[in-house]
Design a protein around this ligand. Sequence first.
Ligand code: FRU
Length: 471
Amino acid sequence: MNALQKDLIKLTAAAEQAARPRGPWGLQLHLMPPAGWLNDPNGLCFFRGEYHVFYQYSPFDANGGVKFWGHYRSRDLLAWEQCPVMLYSDETYDAHGAYSGSALCGEDGLYLYYTGNVKHSGDHDFVLTGREQSTAVAYSPDGVHLGWKRRLMGSGDYPPGLSRHVRDPKVWKQDGRYYMLLGARTAGDQGEALVFSSEDKFHWEHINTLRTPEPFGYMWECPDLFELDGRYFLLVSPQGAPKDGPGFENVYTAGYFPLSGDFRGKYSLGDFVPLDFGFDFYAPQTFSDGRRRLLIGWMGMPDADYSNPTAAQGWQHCLTVPREVTCRDGRLLLTPVQELEALRTSRYGFPFGGSSTTDLPPAADIRVTCEGPLSLDLSGVSLRAADGALTLTVREGGWGRERRTAPAGPLRNLRILADTSALEIFVNDGEAVLSTRWYPESDSRTLTLRGQGRAVVDSLRPLQIEKPVLP
Ligand code: FRU
C-alpha cells in the first residue's frame, strides 16, 4: 500500500463518518453512495455465491471529483454489505480516476478491468491531446480486498486513428479465450467499440472494431456484449446520437444494437434501440449469475440541465434496482428481479373505474392492469397513456425535469417501483422503461388512477444495508 492510498483510505472513512443523515429523499430500494457522488455501476458479477456491485464513487464531493470504485455485496440482492473501496486513484496511470470497467471471475479470485484516467496540465483539448486512458487490471483474491493492480495497455497499444477517449473495458471468457470491448471515439468523432482478444487475461490483441456504417454519435461509452436466446446484443451509451424523438430526449442515451454474424469477424449491427425513456438512466451493464442475465444502470445523466437537490445534503445519485433481461422477438425486455417481491409487507388491491385515489407508503410496488386510456398521478408526477404513447410529466419536484414520452402500444399494464425520490416505471411487462428521479416535498403520498382497470399496491420494506464499523 502506498502513502497516497493510505491517506485516501483515511479521508474516505472521514467523509463517510461525516455524512449527514439522508433526509426524506434518502433511498430505501436503491443503492446510493455512502457519502458524496455515485455514477456508473462497475464490475457487476456473481462471485463465489455473492453478488458484487462496484460503482464510480467520489466520496469527497457530491458534485463529483476523482473517481474510485465503491463496493457493495449481497447474497440475495436484498441484504447488502458496504465493503471497503476496492480501487483508489493512487498510481501514476490512474491518478485522476479509476474509471469504469468490469469483472472477470477466476478460479483464484476476481479480476477487475478498469480505465486509468490521467489529464495532463497545459493547454489541451483533452480529446486529441492531454489525456491518457490506460486499460488496467486489479486482482482481488477474495473479492473484497485488493491484491495488486497493474497497467496493461495505453494509447500506443490501441489501433490507429483514435482520439484519447478509449475506456470502459468489458471482459468475458468464451470458447477458451478472453475477450475485451473498449468504448472509443475516433479522431474523426465516430463512436465505436474495439474488440481485443487474449489467451492469458494480460496480453491483449486488437482483433476487430464494431461500428455502424454511418456514424452514430461521437463516443460510445460503457460497451457490453452478450448472447441471449441465441442472439447477440451490443449495449452502448453513445454520446452525440441523433436526437430522434422518444428515447433520445436526454443529453445522452443508452441502448443496444442487435448484432448478427460474429463480433470477432464479419458482423452487422441492427438499428439502435433505446433502453430507457425517463430522465435518469445511463451507463447500464449486464452480467450473468448462472441462471439469468441481470442489468443495473446508473440512475443519473451526465451534463443534464436538470439537477438533484440532494447534492446540497452531501450526496447525489443512485443505481437502478437489478433487472432481469429477457428477449422477445429480438427485443430486450427489462423487469425488476423477482427477489424484490420478498420486500412486500402489506397489500392493497382494488378495481378502479372513473377516478380512484389511495395513500402510498414511501416505498411501494404498484401494479396496474388497464383497458383503454389511463391516467395516473403520483405526488407531482403524472402518466398519461393515449395514442400508443405514455407521457411522463413531472409537475412538482422535478428540479428541471418536465416531460418524456415512451412508446406504449396499446397499454396493458404498468409496474412502478416508487422509492422516496426515484421511480422505475415498467410498461407492458418491460417492453419500455422510464427511470426518473423526483423530489416530492410532502411526506404524504397519494396515487390517483383514472380509467378502467385494477391496481395492486404493495408496501415495501427497505433494503438492508450493513455499514462498516468505522474507527
Ligand atoms: C460514463 C463515464 C465512463 C467513464 C466514467 C467516469 O458515465 O463517462 O465512460 O469511465 O463515466 O466516471
